[in-house]
Design a protein around this ligand. Structure first.
Ligand SMILES: *Cc1c(COP(=O)(O)O)cnc(C)c1O
Length: 338
């Protein structure tokens, strides 16, 4: 099977497994796991923030950030496509009692003016606008990347209006590789950053939340409440360190292969639209005469797994376990599918 449902399906390589088995570990709830500590401080330094916190998932790092930044009854501004709104089980409301103001951006990207128009006035009728969340790359936007200048403008607006600014950077390394932006620039404009190791970086488990020391101290408290305090977490964190050493530059291969898939899809009759391919995600719409379920089923009959994302919409994601020979097979199947 060629599994293009997500970049979360990768299995750890032999080298990664070896690094995991050799990890020096301790009890991470006591902050005594040297490997988890090393991953946290290395990533914090890389992104120009003070501290990090290793957590089981990107949903948890996002939800902890929302919880620390807001109080019950506050409002969070994010795009209508954002993961934190769509795919985290309503956690903003459930975990933090906050409401959401959705923006209609361009493939998940919005401007400082969009944010400014949606900050509530200082009037007791309205929820207090407290937090803005940006997602880079934006999954539902087809792996779209932000211009750094747009993020910097939003950051400045947040600073002027007493708002916090959180980055859902589940795939931030895809964005950095695609744009040539520098990790350290991100710490200058965000109050907190969530980064996943189980996506393009190819680790089995784990996300890190970054912020200043005070924020991470609060986040550690919330992580415990959410049940995310892990003991010998270093076995997992070691996979993250291995990924930082070995799996960043190679992300460019995933982008090249995704671009190729996008080109092929543009040339076939059953596809009506392909979102611009910026990184490793290809989202396409199937012609109205055919249901996307039929296409997903036909692909599966040809050993290719894809995700039925929305009505008429299918997603393919390239990753570290998808190579050039699989790409060649997938191209042939897509061309001859119907
Ligand atoms: C995958 C993902 C997350 C976190 O998902 P988990 O499966 O909980 O690790 C967060 N944001 C985006 C954009 C994602 O794609």
């Amino acid at each position: 099977m060629i599994d293009l449902r997500s970049d979360t399906v990768t299995k750890p390589s032999a080298g990664m497994l070896q690094a995991m088995m050799a990890a020096d570990v301790g009890d991470d709830v006591f902050s005594e796991d040297s490997t988890a500590n090393r991953l946290e401080s290395r990533l914090a330094e890389m992104f120009g923030l003070e501290a990090g916190l290793f957590c089981p998932s990107g949903t948890m790092t996002n939800q902890i950030a929302v919880n620390v930044h807001t109080r019950s009854g506050d409002e969070v501004i994010c795009d209508r496509l954002s993961h934190v709104y769509h795919y985290e089980g309503g956690g903003i409301a459930r975990n933090s009692g906050a409401s959401v103001r959705l923006l209609a951006g361009d493939r998940g990207r919005f401007s400082a003016a969009d944010v400014a128009q949606n900050i509530n006035p200082d009037d007791f009728h309205f929820p207090v606008t407290r937090l803005v969340v940006a997602e880079n790359t934006c999954n539902k936007g087809g792996g779209s990347c932000w211009d750094y200048s747009m993020l910097a403008e939003i950051s400045q607006l947040c600073g002027n209006n007493d708002l916090k600014f959180h980055l859902d950077g589940a795939r931030i390394f895809n964005a950095l590789i695609a744009t040539g932006q520098q990790a350290a620039e991100y710490g200058k404009i965000f109050d907190s950053i969530s980064i996943c190791f189980s996506k393009g970086l190819g680790a089995p488990v784990g996300s890190v939340l970054l912020g200043n020391r005070e924020f991470i101290n609060s986040a550690r408290r919330v992580r415990k409440v959410f049940g995310g305090g892990m003991r010998q977490a270093g076995y997992l964190a070691a996979a993250g360190i291995y990924a930082l050493d070995n799996n960043i530059e190679r992300i460019a291969d995933d982008h090249r292969r995704a671009l190729k898939l996008g080109e092929v899809l543009k040339s076939v009759g059953y596809v009506s639209e392909v979102l611009t391919v910026d990184t490793n995600i290809v989202i396409f719409r199937v012609d109205d005469q055919i249901s996307e379920e039929v296409i997903v089923k036909k692909l599966a009959e040809n050993d290719i797994l894809a995700i039925d994302m929305d009505r008429q919409t299918i997603r393919l994601v390239t990753h570290l376990d998808f190579d050039d020979s699989m790409l060649a097979h997938t191209e042939l199947v897509l061309i001859n599918l119907i």
